[in-house]
Design a protein around this ligand. Structure first.
Ligand code: SF4
Ligand code: SF4
Length: 73
């Protein structure tokens, strides 16, 4: 069975550093075209290919990503 996952980003805490996107094996992470309250373009999912590996959550310096290994509800 195909592995499915998804992430949740605490968008107001994201500083748009883009580290998370560089470690994603599935190129799931892109950036919003709107800014959060601090003026940063926050991380978003741009496709449904996430496998819930957690790389992005581990690398985020501010721990604002939670990765889930499950189909998105
Ligand atoms: S959990 Fe893995 S596959 Fe999903 S967005 Fe993060 S790095 Fe990419
Ligand atoms: S690594 Fe964290 S702070 Fe940086 S863009 Fe990704 S979610 Fe935002």
């Amino acid at each position: 069975m195909e592995i499915k996952g998804y992430i949740e980003v605490d968008i107001q805490k994201c500083k748009g550093c883009q580290l998370c996107a560089t470690v994603c094996p599935k190129a799931v992470i892109g950036y919003s075209d709107k800014t959060n309250d601090k003026g940063y373009y926050y991380a978003i999912m741009v496709n449904e290919d996430c496998i819930g590996c957690g790389n992005c959550a581990i690398v985020c310096p501010d721990s604002v990503i939670t990765a889930y290994r499950a189909a998105k509800k």
